[in-house]
Design a protein around this ligand. Structure first.
Ligand code: SF4
Length: 200
């Protein structure tokens, strides 16, 4: 049998109408509005962020509802990653919550740290500390250490302007730009001991 364009379109139309009639007359869940679940990203605010795992610096979109992160995915507009993430970065949402293997339910990640920590001399316990207090204490320790150990001249009378009591080690999560800034800062202090994990 020869099928003309017109008869082909007519047959398709009849088939579509038939399937719609079946869907609307039956108890199809696809058309039951009360079965619709809340959209995952409905009523969320979107924030851009950067992966905290490695120095790749891939970009994220974090969706927040009522002050809580509900979704993390690659940012297609980010100049480094253009929406792509490695498997580790793609699982970044698990820092917030993860699927309990026993129940299959999402549970908060109790290991997530929400504030800086400090372990006082002689103590075996880590305590929470505010960002302001942490910065203040670190700055004070750096200043006091530098003042107490700064050498204007070495043993031969050569001007050196250095401290050998402060060292810096860059982590792999630092970008090249961050490491560049850190080494500038640490040299300004007079430290001559600096290195980066990436080189090691
Ligand atoms: S490569 Fe992976 S771990 Fe590194 S920044 Fe990108 S997503 Fe994060």
């Amino acid at each position: 049998m020869e099928l003309s364009r017109r008869s082909f379109l007519k047959a398709c139309g009849l088939a579509f109408a038939g399937s719609m009639a079946f869907e609307l007359s039956g108890e199809s869940k696809a058309f039951a509005l009360d079965n619709l679940k809340e959209w995952k990203l409905e009523n969320t605010q979107e924030f851009t962020s950067i992966c905290g795992y490695c120095a790749g610096g891939c970009g994220f979109l974090a969706s927040v509802r009522d002050g809580k992160i509900v979704n993390v995915e690659g940012d297609p507009d980010h100049f480094v990653s253009e929406g792509g993430l490695c498997p580790k970065g793609a699982a970044e949402m698990q820092l917030e919550e993860y699927v309990d293997p026993k129940t299959g339910e999402l549970v908060p990640n109790a290991s997530r740290i929400y504030s800086p920590k400090v372990r006082r001399p002689g103590s075996s316990q880590w305590e929470d500390i505010s960002w302001d207090d942490a910065m203040e204490e670190i700055a004070r320790h750096v200043k006091d250490t530098r003042d107490a150990t700064f050498e204007r001249y070495d043993a031969n009378g050569v001007e050196v302007n250095r401290t050998q009591a402060i060292a810096q080690l860059g982590g792999s999560a630092c970008t090249i730009e961050e490491d560049y800034f850190i080494q500038k800062f640490i040299r300004e202090l007079g430290s001559i001991t600096l290195d980066c994990q990436a080189r090691v």
